[in-house]
Design a protein around this ligand. Structure first.
Ligand code: GLA
Length: 725
């Protein structure tokens, strides 16, 4: 519920167990009053009484730095990091926005191009729009707050409109800003590198600034655009957590600035590094969305809210609520070296195992026998596939498998026909070297002619094979970010124009192929974010398919993203990335904890293993609705414990799955701890491993599967099903 108290001039956004409160000061400034646990009437009065004492007169004695500010500007006497930064036509950078009006509407306005989560009025979603104006320059700032009571989520974004007569430049624009009051704050971030994305890291926040960001043009392997601020000690079940997830796939920034008084300012939005946007009179510019979750009961509750919100509001299209097919991908089986018969051979065995979709990865087009050539030439290599894509797809479909294809639209190889024809289509700066990465250059997706061309050639390829699935890859960061078509003053717009161009092409292809399942990918998981999820309802989690490393990656990824969207495949041993040899059962259980698939040459597997694999596939089909659409609970962390365990529970709490992985033995002499199950109905009895046990007991006292009482073998793991009696 969103209310405005006309007397006190306060906005109260209430949502079950949290309250978000801000007010309009006598000066017209917005002041943040509370984001946290729901305020009782008494608490609300306390907050308001304290606010009334804050001096706000616009005189020489008041330091804005003493205020908690809702969307802080630049240039006055609050010298903390501003939420936005503008440069006016006269070169001045000081702005002065004052509250003008507000509007509360059911649902959510349509925001034009780019990602935007759904907000249905039937689910009591409401949006508050607060309008501020800089009278001197004729600029209008609009702050949007969409409240999703069902999931307990608040979505913020900001827009700027130029109603003045001169153009001006936006140097920085955050989606949301927070001034968290003095307290013991910590920061949980999800950082890493290629093949080890989203490793969970925790640090205290004190005076100084932590910038989590990407400057790479993609959301990046290095840091995920999702972070959690903690207050005091926070566990899965206890403590106060503030989650922030940006719905963007380009250059983003979250800055956490610890102030001398112990408070923390947070700004989350577009990265200001190498950014500038010229806003001509009459134009509007919008920040991305920031999806915010507050929980008073720990990480688990926060993650559940994100998962439900992503499943119901971020994912779109025909596949949103459909069970995802079990796929086999030929990448690690063949790399670039394959022919029609090899793919068919793999498909045949896969079909006999119960696989549902055959995906042809990189190497099917141009003359792509390695990664130095042909990106951009999206026509089939008839030396490899003499019957064409259509011929291969038909034969795959005859095996009762669906057919999928890998593409990397945003790239061009210097060795390609496309580059010969259009050497100016890639990002470049005249006279400067064009630095390759994986021997490829990046097409300037901000240019409409590039997008139109890609739409045509990709549509033709997808049509020829009548594909059911597309893996959209993006394998390098942006460099030499320049475009001669734009004037010098607009060169810093290119990153953002690029990103909006990518979204536009994604949207066009989605509309052209509404039944096709798209999977996002970026050298594994370098573009794993809410922006992509608006267009692609699943994402390849990491190029690292090692069963042990994946525990860490998938565990941490689940803080924001639900298992449904995490591509997780069984690959061969020794693992291609780590050389580790891990038993099939373990690899299968890790992959089955997400959006399950295979990535190996099944036609070369021994009979015994094939039999086992068929069993895992059948099992996954059985548990798939629960894994993909159930509630996910992390029980034991690979980062903190010798054992990792997690659970899936259905909505009615009548069925659950418990996955357990003994990563290393417990120290000699320690009593093996029980696993405290979660999410069950305490009043019901469950059958598990032949026993009948009360939900309450399983959660309070915990439980141990037989195999885990004394673990003898390395890589002991198990999946246990629970059903109510
Ligand atoms: C990236 C992807 C892989 C594979 C290769 C193909 O690295 O993450 O899954 O598709 O590209 O070149």
């Amino acid at each position: 519920m969103i209310t405005f108290d006309h007397g006190k001039k306060t906005f109260h956004l209430q949502c079950g167990d949290f309250s978000y409160l801000f007010g309009v000061a006598a000066t017209g400034d917005l002041q943040q009053l509370h984001w946290g646990a729901a305020l009782s009437d008494k608490d609300l009065q306390k907050v308001l009484a304290a606010w009334e004492k804050v001096p706000v007169e616009d005189d020489h004695h008041i330091s804005l730095e003493k205020h908690r500010r809702e969307y802080p500007d630049f240039g006055h006497n609050d010298l903390r990091a501003p939420a936005f930064h503008l440069q006016h036509a006269d070169g001045s950078r000081v702005s002065e926005f004052k509250f003008i009006s507000h509007e509360i509407v059911p649902g959510k306005p349509a925001f034009g191009p780019g990602p935007s989560a759904e907000g249905r009025k039937e689910e009591d979603v409401e949006t508050l729009k607060v309008t501020l104006r800089d009278a001197l320059k004729g600029l209008v700032l609009e702050l949007y707050y969409t409240l999703h009571p069902k999931e307990g989520v608040l979505v913020r974004r900001a827009g700027l409109r130029n109603e003045g007569k001169d153009p001006m430049d936006i140097l920085k624009l955050s989606s949301a800003s927070l001034d968290l009051p003095t307290g013991e704050h910590g920061l949980v971030s999800f950082t890493g590198r290629w093949a080890m994305e989203r490793q969970m890291r925790t640090r205290p926040l004190y005076q100084g600034t932590v910038r989590l960001e990407s400057r790479r043009g993609i959301s990046s392997h290095e840091t995920n655009p999702f972070a959690v601020v903690t207050l005091g000690s926070v566990t899965e079940e206890k403590g106060e957590a503030f989650g922030l997830a940006l719905a963007t796939s380009g250059n983003w920034l979250m800055e956490f600035q610890g102030h001398s008084d112990g408070s923390v300012r947070v700004n989350a939005g577009l990265n200001d590094f190498d950014f500038q946007w010229c806003l001509a009179p009459g134009e509007t510019f919008l920040s991305p969305e920031c999806v915010m979750v507050h929980s008073s009961s720990g990480f688990s509750d926060m993650s559940l809210r994100y998962h439900r919100f992503i499943r119901s509001n971020v994912l779109k299209g025909a596949w949103k609520t459909k069970e995802r097919p079990i796929l086999i991908n030929n990448w690690e089986a063949t790399y670039f070296k394959f022919k029609h018969e090899d793919i068919l051979r793999i498909a045949k065995t896969a079909a006999s195992l119960g696989v549902e979709l055959m995906v042809l990865d990189d190497g099917w087009f141009g003359k792509r026998d390695d990664d130095t050539t042909s990106l951009g030439d999206w026509t089939v290599d008839s030396a490899k596939l003499p019957k064409g894509l259509g011929g291969l797809a038909d034969e795959v479909r005859a095996l009762r498998l669906k057919f999928g294809l890998w593409i990397e639209p945003e790239m061009v190889s210097p060795k390609s026909q496309l580059y010969e024809r259009h050497p100016d289509w890639c990002l470049h700066v005249p006279g400067r070297t064009r630095k390759g990465a994986r021997s490829q250059l990046v097409l300037d997706m901000g240019r409409p002619e590039v997008r139109d061309h890609l739409f045509e050639v990709l549509s033709a390829a997808l049509e020829e094979a009548m594909v059911d699935y597309v893996k959209w890859d993006m394998n390098r960061s942006l460099s030499e970010v320049g475009n001669e078509a734009l004037p010098p003053g607009q060169q810093r717009e290119i990153y953002h124009r690029y990103l909006m161009g990518v979204y536009e092409l994604m949207d066009r292809l989605n509309k052209r192929f509404p039944e096709v399942l798209f999977e996002g990918c970026s050298g594994g998981g370098a573009r794993f974010d809410l922006g992509v999820l608006n267009y692609h309802p699943q994402i390849w989690t990491s190029d690292n398919t090692d069963g042990l490393d994946r525990l860490f990656i998938q565990y941490a990824t689940s803080f924001c993203y639900p298992p449904l969207v995490m591509g997780a495949h069984i690959s061969t041993v020794p693992n291609h990335q780590t050389k580790r040899v891990i038993p099939l059962k373990w690899r299968a259980l890790v992959a089955m904890s997400g959006n399950f698939g295979l990535e190996l040459d099944v036609s070369k597997m021994p009979e015994k293993e094939l039999k086992e694999l068929a069993g895992h596939i059948a099992l996954y089909k059985d548990i798939r609705p629960l894994v993909q659409f159930g509630d996910f609970y992390r029980l034991e962390s690979p980062y903190a414990s010798e054992r990792t365990s997690w659970m899936f529970v259905n909505e009615k709490r009548t069925e659950a799955l418990l996955f357990v992985f003994q990563v290393k033995p417990f120290k000699k002499g320690t009593k093996v701890p029980t696993i405290h199950l979660r999410g069950l109905d305490p009043s019901k009895k469950y059958r598990i491993e032949g026993a009948e046990l009360a939900g309450k007991k399983l959660m309070k006292e915990g439980w141990l599967p037989k195999d885990f009482k004394t673990v003898k073998k390395p890589y002991t793991c198990g999946l246990y099903r629970l059903r109510t009696l």
